[in-house]
Design a protein around this ligand. Structure first.
Ligand SMILES: Cc1ncc(COP(=O)(O)O)c(C=O)c1O
Length: 387
């Protein structure tokens, strides 16, 4: 299913708060923070010329986030960055002077971090990032997971020393429970989704994601014409779309948000013309995208700068994983987890849909940019699906 965004307009400005969050200046500061991270490396951008020929487009580029900061997904950029920023803010306030990331490991800053607790809810990847950030600064992390999160994913988060709490119900239930317990205990809640009155921290998380665009713009030899990014609550799609709009202005590519048909909260919000919570349905194989309510900030950005919203089916996601794992011609193989190849699934569907292709202006000259948002973050599930 495809829905063109009738509102989207190259002159439509972002809300000033979001323009600040996703600005080039802010993204450069995130890159500076990253240079202080031991396991930081720019993730590769792969070209898939054989697949582009087969699908009838000019070029396909995919940024492979499977190796990001040793965590297996782009989420490594958001939660841990927010944790570091919050520790630096607290230290600046307590010490009465500006405290920079360069001094994060000094005894007085570590002593302040040791008193802090960071809580979050997660489908898996965001929790890993918050837990890694807390470990790095020497703080405590408490991570809430819903009943559908696999034991492998729970173990991966716990390996960073986080305390784990299981919550009955869906991702959205775990978000509510984490917020409630954090509020009661005076912990900082580091959520990747935002709601009325809670914007600053999810904005920092999204700011962390903009690094992918900074890197990609240096890696690409020519600007893409189209970008397809998968969405759970919409945070990563909004960070990419918003930053592209700010960095490239009227040269920005067409931007399409892709979701599982079973959990299409951004798509349905676009249809309704306002952010809405949708009914919980059957679980989706695209586990990280199983969200039923968009992030408020993400919606604010996407409703202005996304050009289209679309859904893909379960089998499309699995087909994309297999396509990336076993490429045609001399294209490189890419390990994409269940939610990693969903942008490619969206592109494939859009190209097979005359109306969507027309609306998006897809042609044999189109240059497509995609993000493999995760590697095999649940190796057992990956092996099962790609076998
Ligand atoms: C691998 C992967 N891809 C995409 C997403 C979607 O991100 P968002 O919820 O910000 O839309 C997530 C979220 O957890 C994820 O882990």
């Amino acid at each position: 299913m495809f829905l063109a965004n009738r509102q989207s307009d190259y002159r439509l400005a972002l809300d000033p708060r979001d323009a600040d969050t996703l600005s080039v200046k802010a993204a450069e500061e995130v890159e500076r923070f990253l240079r202080h991270r031991e396991n930081h490396a720019v993730t590769p951008l792969r070209a898939l010329p054989a697949l582009a020929r087969e699908l009838g487009v000019g070029a396909i580029y995919i940024k492979d986030e499977g190796l990001r900061l040793g965590l297996g997904s782009f989420k490594a950029l958001g939660g841990s960055y927010a944790v570091i920023r919050l520790v630096l803010d607290a230290a600046s306030e307590r010490l009465g002077r500006a405290v920079d990331v360069a001094t994060l490991q000094t005894p007085d800053v570590r002593a302040i971090a040791a008193d802090m607790t960071f809580a979050c809810a997660t489908d898996g990847n965001h929790g890993r990032s918050v837990a890694q950030g807390a470990k790095l600064v020497g703080a405590r992390a408490v991570v809430f997971v819903h009943s559908g999160v696999s034991q492998e994913r729970v173990a991966a988060i716990a390996s960073f020393g986080a305390e784990m709490v299981r919550v009955a119900g869906s991702y959205d239930d775990s978000v509510e429970e984490a917020a409630r317990v954090a509020d009661k205990n005076g912990w900082s809640i580091v959520s990747d989704t935002s709601w009325p009155g809670y914007e600053r921290i999810p904005a920092l998380v999204m700011q962390g994601y903009t690094v992918m665009v900074r890197e990609a713009l240096r890696q690409l030899s020519e600007l893409p014409t189209h970008v397809f990014v998968q969405a759970g609550v919409g945070g990563v799609a909004a960070a990419i779309a918003g930053h592209l709009a700010l960095a490239l202005a009227d040269q920005r590519p067409r931007f399409v948000v892709v979701e599982p048909a079973r959990a299409a909260c951004v798509y349905e919000s676009a249809r309704a013309g306002r952010p809405i919570k949708i009914e919980e349905g059957e679980p989706t194989v695209m586990a990280m995208l199983e969200c039923y309510e968009p992030s408020l900030i993400a919606w604010r950005v996407l409703s202005r700068v996304a050009d289209g919203f679309m859904t893909v089916e379960e089998e499309d996601a699995v087909a994309a994983m297999k396509q990336l794992a076993r490429p045609i011609g001399a294209d490189p193989a890419i390990i994409a987890g269940e939610s990693g190849g969903v942008g490619l699934a969206g592109l494939t569907r859009a190209l097979a849909d005359h109306e969507a292709s027309e609306a998006l202006g897809l042609s044999p000259q189109s240059r497509i940019f995609l993000i493999n948002t995760e590697g095999a973050t649940d190796p057992l599930r990956y092996a099962e699906l790609v076998a």
